[in-house]
Design a protein. Structure first.
Lengths: 241, 245
């Protein structure tokens, strides 16, 4: 579904990704963990070309992603949920959900709104359809952002630290929605610090540090007997007893 | 002459009111077309400046800097006389439209650039991640948010442009200021300085003041709209909800 081949990314002199190779299968739930600045976010941002790799290749469904075809390919196959939600503040929630289906996927207003109400039900916020995003709490905004991603009905959804900007009380409402999604056949790539979530829904966990993938495996393998010293250290610090 | 505010001076202005109205008409029609040109240039060069592509940004930068750092009088004269001497006389009004449009366009471009740059990066990324191409992203997502920021300084530029029609004087224009000046210095009409300039100023004011007023009202309305829950639509939405179920 997604394949990264020898992906390198430099920001000026700083080498953020060093030869990352990664494959995500259709319907797989992949969780990427690791310390800050390890290149997790850059890795998922390379998957929809928000960052274009300095070298290496990205394939979506067998097609190589290029700066020429990225708009079309991303439109058809990938959505993203951001740390800062990034809802469109000048539109109501309903408009936020229907703009891309209507303008990019050529759905009628009626179809787009039916779709929107359906996914508002999924995230449990149907009553907020006509509200502007600024009226919502962070957790609600993120659930709307997830609904917005679902409305384009792409096979892949990327989550870039979706709960990192939320207060502890609202993290759960967003995670609950994500757990619910994980039961569908959507390919999910999730960058997160939520180890409980990783354990519960991940098919595979990838650990990154210093722009490289240090270890990957099932959650069981990861959380019971990781091999790499760096991983052990990290998990030791992050998992609260 | 018995004093500059004498009844006779006012009578003279009233007698020649046609001159002022003609000047006003010339100023207004020059300004309207120049505003359209300035808006078009402002949007194009503002978009170039924020395109992230170095050569395009350079083109926009050169335009803005050259125009903003030379006097508009010089630009007007250059356009008029350079063209006249090369045998392409395009008329005073057309010269005025081009000169004022190009001049104000440089300021508009900066206003548009600032308006776009004020929108958080996340908005651009969200639009891109949904697969909006550049123009769709600008049209649906970015520019509607920039308008609030762009509007007040843009109206200032429009008001400046209207006042700058006075530059046509230097190429023998028939705008409001030029005609006022020929009126007060004319052999037959001369002398009524104060009333003439008051009338002329009043005419400028009744055009420019409402413009500024409309813009500030509009800006407020736009700002409020986002803060507000749309109660009526929520109610309608409620009935839609049951209809869908």
């Amino acid at each position: 579904m997604i394949r990264l081949e020898n992906v390198c990314k430099n920001f000026g002199d700083l080498q953020v990704l060093k030869n990352v190779n990664l494959e995500v299968k259709e319907g797989e739930k992949l969780v990427i963990i690791g310390p800050s600045g390890s290149g997790k976010s850059t890795t998922v941002r390379c998957m929809n070309f928000l960052e274009e790799p300095t070298s290496g290749h990205v394939y979506i469904d067998g097609h190589e992603l290029t700066s020429k075809n990225k708009t079309k390919l991303v439109r058809e196959s990938i959505s993203m949920v951001f740390q800062q939600f990034n809802l469109y503040p000048h539109m109501t929630v309903l408009k936020n959900l229907t703009i891309a289906p209507m303008k990019l996927h050529h759905k009628s207003k009626k179809e787009a709104e039916e779709l929107a109400y359906h996914y508002l039900d999924v995230v449990g916020l149907r009553d907020k359809a006509h509200v502007y995003p600024t009226m919502l709490s962070g957790g609600q905004q993120q659930r709307i952002a997830i609904a917005r991603a679902l409305c384009t009905q792409t096979k892949i959804i990327l989550f870039d630290e979706p709960t990192s900007a939320l207060d502890p009380e609202t993290i759960k409402e967003v995670l609950d929605v994500m757990v619910k999604l994980a039961k569908e056949n959507i390919t999910m790539v999730v960058v997160t610090h939520e180890m409980g979530f990783a354990r519960q829904v991940a098919d595979r966990v990838v650990f990154m540090a210093d722009g490289q993938i240090l270890e990957e495996g099932t959650p069981d393998h990861f959380f019971t007997n990781p091999e790499n010293e760096r991983v052990k250290q990290f998990l030791g610090k992050i998992i609260r007893s | 002459m018995s004093g500059i505010f004498s009844m006779r001076a006012w009578e003279k202005v009233w007698l020649y009111r046609g001159t002022f109205l003609l000047g006003l008409w010339n100023t207004v029609r020059t300004a309207v077309f120049a505003i359209l040109l300035a808006l078009a240039l402002g949007i194009i060069f503002g978009l170039l400046a924020t395109s992230g592509k170095k050569p395009l940004q350079l083109i926009s930068r050169v335009y803005v800097e050259v125009i903003q750092n030379t006097p508009i009088l010089l630009q007007t004269c250059f356009l008029y006389y350079a063209l006249a001497f090369s045998g392409h006389s395009i008329g005073i009004i057309t010269t005025g439209i081009l000169a004022l449009g190009v001049y104000t366009g440089a300021y508009m471009a900066e206003v548009v650039r600032a308006g776009i740059e004020a929108i958080p990066k996340g908005q651009f990324e969200a639009a891109q991640s949904q697969g909006f191409n550049y123009l769709e992203k600008m049209y649906y997502i970015i520019l509607p948010q920039s308008i609030k920021i762009i509007l007040p300084p843009m109206v200032n530029q429009v008001v400046n442009l209207i006042k700058n029609t006075s530059c046509l004087y230097i190429i023998g224009g028939a705008d409001l200021i030029s005609l006022t000046y020929s009126f007060v210095t004319g052999v037959n009409t001369g002398g009524a300085y104060a009333p003439a300039y008051l009338v002329s100023g009043f005419l400028f004011f009744i055009i420019c003041f409402p413009l500024s007023k409309i813009a500030s009202t509009w800006e407020l309305a736009l700002k409020r709209r986002e803060q507000r829950v749309e109660f009526t639509r929520t109610r309608n939405g409620g009935s839609e909800v049951t209809a869908n179920e």
